[in-house]
Write a protein that binds this ligand. Sequence first.
Ligand SMILES: [Zn+2]
Length: 296
Amino acid sequence: MPELPEVETIRRQLAPHVEAKRLREVEIRDPRWTQPLAADQLANAVSARRLDKLSRRGKYLIWEFGGDVFLLVHLRMTGTLLLDPAGEVAHTRVVFHFDDGRRVAFVDPRRFGTGELAVGTAARDEFLDRRLGVEPFDEAFTTEHMRTLARGSRTPIKAFLLDQRKLAGVGNIYADEALFRARVHPLREAGRLDARQWAALRDGILTVLQAGLDAKGASIDDFRHPDGVRGGFQNEFSVHRREGLPCPACGSPVRKLRAAGRGTYVCERCQIKPRQPRQAVTRSSSLPSRSATLSS
Ligand SMILES: [Zn+2]
């Protein structure tokens, strides 16, 4: 799934070609894209409007049209936006036709991507605030902010990072890579990270997102740039999708486990596994020390 660096890469490449252009027509071939809104309602709302700006928040690409009309596009699993694709591309769900003849195709084999409409800045903000927490490159993303959010939380830190309402834009790839850099195990309870670990994790998140941006995203499934080129960050992974390969820091084999329902990659030598849940620890502590050792 495209994460912050992939969506931002698309935005940066597309923006110079479409900003300040008038959208002649949006051709919605798959009405599921706009649900629950009817496709023609969305098409009528944005057609013939000037695209003032293409912006991003979390994994949403925000098409800011004149008259404070906003189209909020989420690529989900397999969505890609292609600029002036040559010929007909399979799985094209939507085509944006601009006045100057340029076209942007939304291609999405698995059809989970969405296009939603917000009219007025208040509606846009309400839409985004309901779904998205702090933006990683915003100055509000501090160690203290994250510690406060996580206070008392027993959610595994990996699941916590994937929750877009807490931190916007981080998904499976960048969560694994950031946790590895911070030397934090993905199953550690979010509420039990100390200030030092949160500081390391914040640094790790910013480092991997920036590396992802510098490499113009990671292309592991269908992700392509608007010009069809692939990103390069998949060649820089430390642990993600590297099961059985040596950890770049210590040489131990990378393990794959499940966290937050997602395939998760970890070096359990660098990222120390949390102890057993508290009840189990309490129970075993009443046993003789030898049994306690064996049971842990
Ligand atoms: Zn290691």
